[in-house]
Design a protein. Structure first.
Length: 347
């Protein structure tokens, strides 16, 4: 049986209220000698403090909820690592939920709502939504989080959303995408197949807008825009869809290199697999570029041209917005173009 607080109080020779103040983190502290006696009794008896009691005493649970789309995706795992580091610095623990797990929720949006409701029930001090926001937010999610904020919780999103009073980490997705295209144009690449990801996800849509705006500014247009899942399989399947289309003949017409421009790195890696399966060499026959510069790119050859985001720093900033009472309402993050062999740049 678990040791009860009353047993610790009796063993230390103090009142139950005094033992609770020492072990549950109350701002009202007894004399140092009494506190040491209570701590020694708790250690001797193997007492483990009740988290709910501590939360009542401190007016904080010391918990922050983090929702990602897929923790196996290096993009999200890097952000989660940054969140965890900043949370530990603020003496908080992170509860993690993914929205890609199939179950009773029925969809990523349903899984996100279920996760948020669970975090609210655990009275987390803050909730960070790292998954890309939807073009049309679930009204049930908006209602739940609005009430959560009204009750003193704090919400942070990566990218703007329809969630009222949410703190926001703005990522320069549009301008970063435009900068990547500009760098490729300078390398002589001016024909692009855009692997666009899901249109309903803000991150994908904004990055594609950055790609197409910069191509249009140079007087051109994409050869094709193919939508698919924001995953390696999505990149693979979107590439195959293009390769099986009539315009795929452009691959062998002797013109400038055709570049498969993916809305994130994992899609780009899936595209590279699909291109190799059709006997195409990278970068000799076709070129590829992505977005994010996920940590695992160092394990792939040829090196992937991409737009580098400081992913762990994004996580740290999100956690700081979530857990710092005097934090600003928003923060902005940008990155830089990284040219590698997949776009014909020598190693």
């Amino acid at each position: 049986m678990p040791v009860k607080l009353t047993e610790v109080a009796r063993h230390a020779g103090v009142s139950l209220a005094t033992a609770s103040r020492v072990l549950n983190g109350s701002a009202r502290k007894p004399a140092a000698g009494i506190a040491e006696r209570v701590q020694a009794a708790a250690t001797e008896l193997g007492y483990v403090a009740n988290a709910q009691a501590q939360a009542l005493a401190r007016s904080t649970t010391g918990l922050v909820g983090l929702v990602v789309h897929d923790i196996a995706d290096p993009y999200f795992s890097a952000i989660a690592h940054g969140v965890q580091q900043a949370a530990l610095d603020a003496h908080h623990q992170v509860l993690l939920a993914s929205t890609d797990i199939e179950g009773d929720a029925g969809s990523p949006a349903g899984a996100e709502l279920a996760a948020v409701n669970a975090f609210i029930s655990y009275r987390t001090d803050a909730i960070i939504l790292a998954a890309s926001r939807l073009l049309d937010e679930d009204p049930r999610l908006i209602k739940a989080l609005s009430q959560y904020v009204a009750n003193g919780g704090r919400v942070v999103t990566l990218g703007a959303s329809a969630i009222a009073d949410a703190h926001v980490v703005h990522v320069e997705n549009h301008d970063g995408a435009a900068a990547l295209v500009g760098a490729l144009l300078e390398q002589g690449v001016d024909r692009f197949v855009i692997l666009a990801g899901p249109h309903e996800r803000n991150t994908a849509r904004v990055r594609v807008a950055g790609f197409t705006d910069r191509i249009a500014a140079a007087g051109g247009a994409p050869v094709a825009v193919v939508h698919g899942a924001f995953t390696s399989k999505g990149g693979h399947d979107s590439t195959v869809e293009y390769l099986d289309s009539p315009t795929a003949a452009l691959l062998s017409d002797g013109g400038s290199p055709l570049c498969f421009l993916a809305a994130n790195d994992v899609m780009a890696l899936g595209a590279m697999t699909a291109l190799r399966s059709r006997g195409l060499r990278i970068p000799q026959d076709v070129q590829v570029a992505g977005f994010d510069d996920i940590p695992t790119l160092r394990d792939h050859f040829p090196g992937l041209t991409t737009f580098r985001l400081p992913l762990e720093e994004i996580g740290r900033i999100a956690a700081q917005l979530a857990l710092t009472p005097a934090a600003k309402q928003s923060a902005s993050v940008t990155g830089s173009v990284v040219l590698r062999e997949s776009a014909g740049v020598p190693r």
